[in-house]
Design a protein around this ligand. Structure first.
Ligand SMILES: Nc1ncnc2c1ncn2[C@@H]1O[C@H](COP(=O)(O)OP(=O)(O)O)[C@@H](O)[C@H]1O
Ligand SMILES: CC(=O)N[C@@H](CCC(=O)OP(=O)(O)O)C(=O)O
Length: 259
């Protein structure tokens, strides 16, 4: 079976443009695999909100998003970051289809609440119209997706990029979900976990060893595995060599999340 990768690019995963160009080239060179890219941009949203005099507040790695902040979130994710990533890939000769969760109702969301706490305009994905990405792939284009989405009344919501990646990986029958982030994997006492099971992750979250954005990533990873995605990796981009290994299913970098 052809491998289909959902590549999730975290906001700080590629500090330098060269890394993004190299990822584009690596995808272009992987003729036997298909790719879908979904990106975050949390750090840039925080900067933009701070610049606008708005506070940054998170609950378990999920941003509390009042109505007046949604426009800034959308501007940063669906325009600035989305363009930057797609432009870099196109420099590596990868034709891209820029989109967000709102494009063709790729994602439909409902308000997300966390242990009864109101998160504002934060969406939980309740529906995926995967045809939107299938159409782009059929045209030989790489979907590059911002997670910002709409509800059934077309009201815009902020959506955590890890949870969007997980939902899309499952709906689009991806074989692999790869989270590129700014750390080499899940770390315990500074050491990378080679594999991580649900029970191990739960204990590490309870102990406070896994926290912040990594909690959202864990939830997203296990949900994807529950929904049939075969392999989930959390890793840092260290060059095309590791990526090629992912393609031939012998990845020994990052953390492999398993049930
Ligand atoms: N045990 C852990 N191992 C690695 N990273 C962790 C751990 N606990 C918390 N983190 C934090 O999770 C961050 C990655 O999640 P996040 O900031 O959401 O990244 P991204 O923008 O790539 O989604 C790391 O930079 C680190 O600060
Ligand atoms: C609701 C929520 O948390 N939305 C995220 C969306 C961006 C994101 O997830 O970016 P990273 O992948 O870089 O973390 C946020 O506002 O930061």
């Amino acid at each position: 079976m052809k491998q289909r990768f959902l590549i999730k690019i975290g906001g700080l995963a590629f500090e330098k443009q060269e890394g993004m160009l190299a990822l584009g080239a690596a995808m272009a060179a992987s003729e036997d695999a298909e790719f879908i890219v979904l990106h975050g941009g949390g750090a840039e949203i925080s900067q933009a909100l701070s610049a606008a005099g708005r506070p940054n507040r998170f609950i378990d790695g999920v941003r509390v998003t009042p109505r007046e902040d949604v426009e800034i979130v959308e501007q940063v994710l669906s325009r600035k970051v989305n363009q930057r990533i797609a432009n870099a890939f196109e420099k590596s000769d990868v034709a891209c289809q820029r989109m967000s969760g709102k494009t063709g109702n790729l994602f439909t969301v409902e308000p997300l609440s966390r242990n009864g706490q109101d998160l504002g305009y934060v969406g939980r994905i309740s529906g995926v119209n995967e045809k939107v990405v299938e159409d782009a792939l059929a045209k030989g284009r790489l979907p590059v997706i911002s997670p910002v989405s709409g509800d059934s009344n077309a009201v815009t919501y902020n959506v955590n990029a890890d949870s969007a990646a997980s939902a899309l990986a499952a709906a689009a029958n991806c074989t692999d979900l790869v989270f590129f982030t700014d750390v080499p994997g899940v770390l315990v006492d500074g050491k990378r976990c080679v594999t991580l099971s649900r029970d191990e992750a739960k204990a590490l979250i309870e102990a406070g060893t896994i926290k912040g954005g990594m909690v959202a990533k864990m939830e997203a990873a296990f949900k994807a595995l529950d929904q049939g995605v075969a392999r989930v990796h959390i890793m840092q981009w260290q060059g095309p060599r590791d990526f090629a290994r992912l393609n031939c299913q012998q990845c020994d970098s990052g953390t492999t999340v398993c049930l």
